[in-house]
Design a protein around this ligand. Structure first.
Ligand SMILES: Nc1ncnc2c1ncn2[C@@H]1O[C@H](COP(=O)(O)OP(=O)(O)OP(=O)(O)O)[C@@H](O)[C@H]1O
Ligand SMILES: Cc1ncc(COP(=O)(O)O)c(N)n1
Length: 276
């Protein structure tokens, strides 16, 4: 049986993030990848120079073409651009009874370009988050969702719990890649009952373009294969960690991770701790 995963996201011409990172990740993890493109970005390792949103009708037709013929064992969303597109996607996902939806609430790129209109955040929270099995914000996205700062919380676990409630009671993976001065990078999953900490050593690199997309795509691939959420995140972080470690120089700015690194390196530096 062929396992399939779909990404609904923006195209990154530079190949490091968005649709391109998602499809590379699906392929590397042995899952057949399909795509619904929401916007085309002109982008490289230095930044975004243009964004062209795809008409809603074309987004709907891409989704229907794939889902009615190929199907999807899991679906991931990335850059959704605006309210209108989020509403259309939420409608498609519920009408077609997508059960394994992972929402990466992409708002701004590493280089600081906005990928979501400011007035679309509320629609994302109210319409799309409730349909997900996991939402994966980074710290700046978590701050925007909560209208609170990281400093307002003692521990990352406390922020993850607050996010769980702000996201309507959907499991949340709060990514700690933006924690200043940390020696170890910790992400926290809060499922409503349990907190799980995923920790890995910080790699000294500037090549982290597309880490969020790659991470969520890897989680989606493992979920599509039937792996349980807690383990899917652990395996995805292992995949991402070696991809960051072995990033090759590409472009003049923040380079992409190396999606096929896991083929050469099976050493895992990732630790998982379940808190009760
Ligand atoms: N320098 C690093 N060394 C090790 N792991 C890292 C590093 N930077 C990011 N990560 C890991 O990458 C994952 C993504 O985290 P991050 O908080 O950067 O997400 P993001 O901001 O959505 O990613 P993106 O850079 O694509 O926007 C996390 O598991 C984080 O620990
Ligand atoms: C089309 C698209 N989607 C997502 C990102 C986020 O990735 P990053 O924050 O690593 O730049 C991006 N740059 N481009």
């Amino acid at each position: 049986m062929t396992i399939k995963a779909m990404t609904i996201a923006g195209s990154d011409s530079g190949g490091g993030a968005g649709i391109q990172a998602d499809l590379k990740t699906f392929q590397e993890l042995g899952v057949f990848g399909t795509s619904v493109i929401t916007a085309i970005t002109a982008q490289n390792t230095l930044g975004v120079t243009d964004v062209h949103p795809i008409p809603v009708l074309t987004i709907e037709e891409q989704f229907k073409a794939v889902i009615t013929d190929i199907g999807a064992d899991a679906v991931k969303t990335g850059m959704l651009y605006d309210k209108e597109r989020i509403e259309a996607i939420a409608d498609l996902v519920s009408r077609h009874q997508v059960t394994n939806l992972i929402v990466d609430p992409v708002m701004v790129t590493t280089t600081g370009s906005p990928l979501l209109k400011e007035d679309a955040q509320d629609t994302l929270i109210k319409k799309l988050f409730p349909l997900a099995i996991l939402v994966t914000p980074n710290i700046p996205e978590a701050e925007a969702i909560l209208s609170k700062k990281r400093e307002d919380f003692d521990k990352l676990e406390d922020m993850a719990k607050a996010l769980y409630h702000a996201c309507g009671g959907v499991p949340v993976l709060l990514k700690g890649g933006h924690e200043a001065r940390a020696e170890f990078m910790t992400d926290v999953l809060f499922t409503g009952q349990t907190s799980v900490l995923y920790t890995s050593p910080r790699i000294d690199t500037t090549h982290t373009h597309g880490t969020g997309c790659t991470y969520a795509a890897a989680i989606t691939a493992f979920i599509a294969q039937g792996v349980k959420l807690e383990s899917a995140i652990f395996k995805a972080k292992e995949f991402l960690h070696v991809a960051i470690e072995q990033a090759k120089p590409v472009g003049e700015g923040a380079g992409p991770v190396h999606h096929s690194a896991h083929r050469e390196s099976s050493i895992s530096d990732v630790n998982m701790e379940v808190l009760t």
